[in-house]
Design a protein around this ligand. Structure first.
Ligand code: ZN
Length: 260
């Protein structure tokens, strides 16, 4: 079964209103991300709608995204995590890509993003839930937090932005890290390919991040991109696509705590 470790169902629905019907028969193991209560309600209802079909039910994540680090979300997130309504905390992390003023690294933006990240890291430690991490131009912070991260059952780095050496160093610091790759492997992103080629097979995950991160030339990413993404990953790992898919499915069970 293909694995989509990170997808935004409600955002995808806005771009592709026909997707739910196709998704229900696609048999993809997935984790749907939400970052505000309305989006989460949509995702929960979507998951319910799939129950009748008998296919795999998506896992759900909820996080305070570093691009919108609003602490008003904290109470809601806390109630979801403690109430067993989410499987993963995140996306949580740091974004200093610089494409907007609030994503430029400075004392104030760093302090704001730290507050949101530390709250979520702490909640993951208290609840024992895995953490889904978003990092852009902030790799040093992953190492700064490596010690508490190493106490979590799993840390999933979505759209892994680092080098092979950084991936191996995080594993060396005892972090139960998983590195997830999306359409950038189709788009010929060199660093992603070199990381994917070098990391242990047991740490690899696949994702679409749909509707974001489209394959080059497409207006948005469809959930069906998971097939070409896994095929491109297999080519980089010198495996056939079935073997790659099976490896990722085994990793999914470890990262997301079993089940589908
Ligand atoms: Zn995302």
């Amino acid at each position: 079964m293909p694995v989509d470790a990170h997808i935004h169902f409600a955002n995808l629905f806005q771009r592709d209103p026909e997707f739910p019907g196709r998704f229900s028969s696609a048999a993809i193991a997935s984790c749907g991300a939400s970052h505000d209560p309305e989006e989460f309600a949509w995702s929960e209802a979507f998951r319910e709608s799939l129950r009748a079909g008998g296919g795999p039910l998506p896992r759900l994540s909820y996080g305070i995204h570093p691009q919108a680090p609003r602490m008003e979300q904290a109470e809601f997130l806390d109630s979801l995590a403690r109430g067993g309504r989410i499987d993963v905390i995140g996306e949580a992390g740091f974004d200093f890509f610089g494409d907007r003023p609030e994503f430029t690294r400075g004392p104030e933006t760093l302090a704001i993003q730290r507050r949101a990240f530390e709250f979520q890291l702490d909640l993951a430690l208290k609840t024992g839930l895995p953490l889904l991490v978003h990092l852009r131009k902030a790799m040093d912070l992953a190492f700064e937090y490596a010690r508490p991260l190493s106490r979590l059952p799993a840390v999933i780095f979505h759209s892994w932005p680092g080098t092979p050496g950084e991936a191996l160093a995080l594993l060396g610091r005892g972090v139960e890290a998983f590195f997830s790759f999306g359409a950038i492997v189709i788009n010929g992103h060199k660093r992603a390919a070199s990381s994917l080629a070098a990391i242990p097979a047991s740490t690899i995950l696949s994702e679409t991040d749909a509707p974001w991160q489209p394959p080059r030339g497409e207006a948005f990413c469809r959930f069906e991109a998971i097939g070409p993404i896994v095929a491109a990953m297999a080519a980089i790992r010198l495996l056939d696509a079935e073997a790659m898919e099976a490896q990722i499915a085994a990793n999914w069970v470890r990262a997301f705590g079993g089940g589908s």
